[in-house]
Design a protein around this ligand. Sequence first.
Ligand code: G
Ligand code: MN
Length: 400
Amino acid sequence: MLEALKQLAAPAALGEDSIDRILVFARAHLGMDLAWISRTAGHWQVVEYLDGAADRFGVVLGARLPAFPRQKGANPHEDHARRGPAYVVTPLQLPDGRLYGHIACLGERAAQIPGRRDGQFLELVAALLGPSIAALEAERDRRAGLGARVQSILDAGGPTMLFQPICALHDGRPIGYEALARFTPLDRPRTPDQWFADAAEVALGVELEVAAVRCGLAAQLLLPDHLAVSVNVSAAHLNHAAVLTALSQADPHRTIVEITEHDRIDDYAEVRCACEQLRDAGCTIAVDDAGAGYAGFAHLIELRPDIIKLDRQITHHLDTDPARAAMAAALVGFSRALDTTVLAEGVETEAELRAAADLGIHYAQGYYLGRPRPLRADTIPASTRRPRQEFASDFQSLIR
Ligand code: G
Ligand code: MN
């Protein structure tokens, strides 16, 4: 039995449900009707985990019960005792010695009156549970911290956006800007990707993406109207109502939607359908980081984007590395067959830019052409200010 308990409480089995399983085990072993773990909160005990006939005793998850007396073995629920239920309770300490709360069992029948050994058994269960509860509490605190941090960004109106020029290689002029979210590190430095992952972990992933899309697309108001704004949306959020609403509030003909992906896409049909909808509305669809991670060939074949954004892993040393050049050339061939366009990301040198142009790549982005910068009316290069009519034929023909 001890082995079984130890296994249930082992770190590998850790999780809310492993605690639930231990409660089931303890209740069954003691032949009780109800078992629960409560957290001490001032004068109250808040029921955090529960197993058994909750309704019969009026003890439900989240219920606040009067605090148990500190001394062991006492039966705090005198009224229950008078009506005859059997009751066993023991304090639950965390490994650092702090009192977390109590573990308690309640039974209705007289036959269940617990003896000293039952009390000892429950003490053993409490001792085994301590580390698991401590780890879960730490995890809850961590998530609460993440949630608060992400929420504070949302409350402040969204992340700070920087804008990096996307240039046409035939004349070197920007055709638009990619909007990139930046986060001021509050307590520890985290990359933008980590912020989005954190947000997703606390179910604020869509909210943060929508905020970034909104803040990014607001640049359309500042930029001359022949310039597009490229925003990042993860495939999983592409047909989310809030994302579509944010996109619909901008000029679709000046909107490039970059599909980013950090997880494998299971249902391409759904993503493809969302792409079609956006395309019908006038948006241009790009696949981000093509050739890296999950944005491999299946991605391109399934999504048929208007723009393939070649990951900077391929662009880096494109001028000297035949393998990278061959990979880029293969993607250019692919894009020609499908009437799409290739954009080289992460161009850092003139040689890389030339190599990209020589391979037939139409667009480029990277430190060599311009670092991500805040966008202000006075920082928009004069060379990008072109009359509107010119745009109509130029940009559209370049993109398609
Ligand atoms: O995944 P995505 O391609 O959207 O990410 C763009 C990121 O790459 C941004 O954070 C941007 O700052 C960074 N970036 C942009 N240009 C370059 C570049 O030339 N070199 C490197 N190393 N990073 C770049
Ligand atoms: Mn991108």
